[in-house]
Write a protein that binds this ligand. Structure first.
Ligand SMILES: [Mn+2]
Length: 431
């Protein structure tokens, strides 16, 4: 199937929207100028933003109770790359893909890398999977992987992670992201301290196998699938492990992996301060690890997270270089549409955070003026920066209205016809 979303088709679809965009952009520019803000500086921030798309995110996810796949789900990693390319063509902020092994293990890594490059994409991160058993595997992960009581199971899990690094090297990746489902479902099942010791012992072996220039991201999670306790349960434990491992190990924050109402922006600030914020899995959540579209439930929280990131960026905190990745699961939407929405909302939060009047904020903080400090944040948060996002996309060759252009392209119905279902493994469970 020929790739349908060329620069020319996007430009054609943009054309009737351009005069309205110019009008809205100019109007917003005047409004911002009155506040002493240069709209072009914000548009440059929007244009510079990047977030990696998860290969598993382009298939329909599911719950413990079922999965309802839609038409044209990718059946292999090559088709996943094609879907990711559609998101990049429209948004121009997602030139990277995060892969999951073994779901995405390519028979021919060079061919996969070539296809990605041809689509303007890079395969930057590999994610290991020891939270489920694979066919033919010698030992089961039912009772854990990197922390299992049996050294043979741990050795198998370590070997899998090292294989992920090897595959990643062939693909040009530079990071390994490790999430384990290890933990306990019942009190007494697991020795808390010993299981964490085993985790560190396993991770040290993986860390020792990291090629030069690689980073190791460790992802913590409060619960699930272990509902009583998980071994790497919170940011403090994650920080401890990253510090124990060394300067190439980093904590990764998944927005859905915390107790409800946790102050995630403060966790982000702490990890920045301690020099261990490696990156993010962006998504949103109402009750648990819901993996909903970014900004769909708590857009203000997303803004506050970016407020911390922008603050650190502007302050040039040493070593501050977090990787932005999406990690989400579409159950009832077209996954491509959900990823377009999420990518767009991240850019929005980033631009709004750059709009914060920091000098005023710091002054209100110094004076303990809580009301005005919040008002300063809110002034940025309630500003509709949509014309900035659209202008940045347009200038980069993307879509002024990505969702409308995507729907008009007929991509979903085309792949629906080209990819009969039931012949492959399209979707992912997400960590
Ligand atoms: Mn995650």
């Amino acid at each position: 199937m020929s790739f349908p979303l060329t620069d020319a088709t996007i430009a054609d679809d943009n054309r009737p929207r351009l005069s309205a965009l110019d009008e809205d952009y100019d109007a917003l520019g005047r409004t911002l100028a009155r506040r002493g803000v240069d709209i072009e500086a914000l548009t440059a921030r929007a244009a510079a933003f990047r977030v990696a798309v998860p290969s598993w995110g382009v298939g329909t996810g599911g719950t413990r109770f079922g999965r309802f796949p839609g038409p044209g789900e990718p059946r292999n990693v090559f088709e996943k790359v094609d879907d990711c390319a559609v998101i990049q063509a429209l948004t121009r902020v997602t030139p990277e893909i995060s892969l999951h092994i073994p779901w995405d293990r390519p028979d021919d890594p060079a061919a996969l890398r070539e296809q990605a490059t041809a689509r303007g994409l890079a395969l930057t991160t590999v994610n290991s999977n020891t939270f489920e058993d694979q066919p033919g595997q010698a030992h089961s992960y039912k009772f854990g992987s990197l922390t299992h009581t049996d050294p043979a199971v741990r050795a198998q899990a370590v070997a899998h992670n090292l294989e992920c690094v090897e595959v990643g090297q062939a693909l040009g990746a530079r990071a390994l992201s490790v999430w384990i489902g290890d933990g306990a479902n019942l009190p007494g099942q697991q020795h808390f301290r010993k299981s964490l010791e085993r985790y560190l012992e396993s991770l040290r072996q993986i860390y020792a196998g990291l090629p030069d220039g690689w980073r190791l991201f460790i992802e913590h999670k409060l619960c699930e699938p272990a509902f009583y306790s998980t071994v790497l349960n919170d940011w403090g434990t994650s920080y401890y492990c990253a510090r124990e491992l060394g300067d190439r190990a980093w904590s990764l924050v998944d927005l859905g992996h915390h107790a409800p109402n946790t102050n995630i922006e403060m966790i982000v600030a702490r990890l920045i301060q301690f020099g261990k914020l490696g990156g993010f899995h962006f998504n949103d959540s109402k009750y648990g690890d819901d993996d909903l579209d970014a900004g769909s439930i708590k857009p203000f929280q997303l803004f506050l997270v970016f407020n911390e990131l922008v603050d650190a960026e502007l302050e040039r905190v040493p070593g501050f270089e977090p990787s932005h990745m999406l990690d989400q699961s579409a159950n009832v939407t077209d996954p491509i549409e959900s990823l377009i929405v999420s990518a767009t909302e991240l850019v929005r939060a980033c631009v709004q955070a750059h709009l914060v009047d920091r000098a005023s904020l710091w002054e209100h903080q110094r004076r303990n003026d809580a009301v005005m400090a919040l008002a300063t944040l809110k002034a940025a948060f309630v500003t509709d920066v949509s014309p900035i996002l659209a202008m940045a996309r347009r200038r980069a060759g993307g879509a002024v209205a990505p969702m409308a252009t995507y729907r008009a392209s007929g991509y979903r119905s085309r792949v629906g016809a080209a990819r009969p279902q039931g012949t492959g493994r399209g979707a992912g469970i997400v960590g």
